[in-house]
Design a protein around this ligand. Sequence first.
Ligand code: NAP
Length: 283
Amino acid sequence: MAQVLLGKEVADVLTEELVERVAKLKAGGVEPSLAIVRLGNEADDLSYERGALNRAEKAGVKVKVFDLPRDLPQEDLEQVILEINQDDSLHGCLIFRPLPGQIDEEKIAALLAPAKDIDGFTDGSLVGVFKGEQTGFAPCTAEAAIAILKHYNVNLNGARAVVLGRSLVIGKPVAMMLLQENSTVTICHSRTKEIAKAAKDADVLIAAVGQAKMVTPEFCNPGQVIIDVGINVDEEGKLLGDVDYDAVEPLVKAITPVPRGVGSVTTSILMKHVVEAAERATD
Ligand code: NAP
């Protein structure tokens, strides 16, 4: 049976560390604060926002929600972003995506100050991830996957890592972060031939494709650690990962469940980024 890598344990340790850092900032007169920009009331956004508010309260981070209409014109959103950039009391900004059709997302990303971009939205943040430098911040979910591996002392140095998925939100940044940890990384995607064969020898397998139960026993080996980033919903409304958990779990060394895996760590990383942004602004 595999070791089950629960996200809560990681999230709790991260939050404990944050409480101390927040206390230090507050002692110096700085209250780390997050701006959440939400257009409309999409169910996924509201659910993530609830999780973020809950985690912020635990960490001691202040949150200001910009609850805006879904049909907000481009110019008005630009104005909000400029205000956030200029407001020294706001250290980080999370903008829920995808933005509605009337909004030019790239233009918004170009406007947001990378120093406040705590979810890897801007080019500045992504350059930082690719160069291994602290310009902006990595996308939270990608960093959550790495945080889980580190928390459970999974050896990444020299490890063979396979990433399934190449999106800018997860696949590409997580691959770069593994490279930074001295793993040898293979990135697979929808055009990869013999994908199971490519995954089979991996010491670390990151699944981020958005295809329920795609990872089957033929992708796996007994020494493998699997991080399942996928969130899929079946016909009965049940949450499923990208891994066929019941079939794979008995065959590998360790695995994150869905739910209770990566998703539980993401909001802690978000708060970590806000605190880091406040610390950087103070330094
Ligand atoms: P995305 O933008 O749709 O990207 C999916 C990637 O998977 C693409 O690179 C695609 O390849 C690849 N892919 C799709 N079908 C494939 C297949 N059959 N074989 C091989 N590769 C395949 O999705 P994303 O934003 O990266 O998200 C990935 C998953 O993570 C989704 O389930 C999403 O819901 C979940 N997610 C989880 C969290 C969390 O906190 N746990 C946060 C955000 C997202 P191509 O590039 O060739 O099209």
